[in-house]
Design a protein around this ligand. Sequence first.
Ligand code: GLP
Length: 244
Amino acid sequence: MNIVIVKDYEEMSARAAEHVAEFIRGRSPVTIGLPTGNTPTGMYRRLVEEHRAGKLDFSGVTTFNLDEYRGLAPDHPASFARYIKTNFLDHINIPPGRAHWPSGTGDEAEACREYEAALAAAGGLDLVILGIGVNGHIAFNEPGTSFASRTHVVPLTEETRRIAADGKNFARPEDVPEAGITMGVATIMSAKRVLLLASGPSKARALAAAVAGPVTEDVPASVLQRHDDVTIIADEAAAAGLPA
Ligand code: GLP
């Protein structure tokens, strides 16, 4: 694992954007898995700025969101589809039809099959970008998820729902959907390269367990120890629990 420790959120975002921009510049076509949440917003803002400055072309890029809330349509204000459009896709030159997200509505099994088929048709993920949950989850793969999982529907833990009820998208934990649809752990591990971002003290315990603890399904992110091309960009607060 290549672990880069930077000062703060801004620096993490800048380094992440550089990493992704460099990856895209070197390849076309290229397929990328995209996270949502607070962690990547600074990175998306910088990638949009690079594009607006005429320095980054997304015409060869295909994207796949990592996950979605079960029951939310893409135009729901709290959906991850809406997040990725507002924060990123609406501001870059990604060709129509090349941005994908798992369907939060309709037949579950069909939605999972379709997503895996679309990923395969796109040639698989070249790069997957990840955040990390305070319990070590990646995408919506909660502790206990099989390392062999592909795109599937998962019940969300109480902790994940409580944290998602931050007053922005959901007022109360009970307003947060009870399940998510997510790329599985094996789907994520099939990416050729992984970039994981972590910021803030609330992520320190999970990051330490992921990087230096045993590889176990109880800490989904620990599976990354088995991937041979992982870069982690963490700020000092998130990296506080890492061995020196
Ligand atoms: C959610 C998302 C994850 C994300 C995590 C952390 O559960 N499904 O993909 O990594 O939250 O979010 P944040 O970056 O807001 O801390």
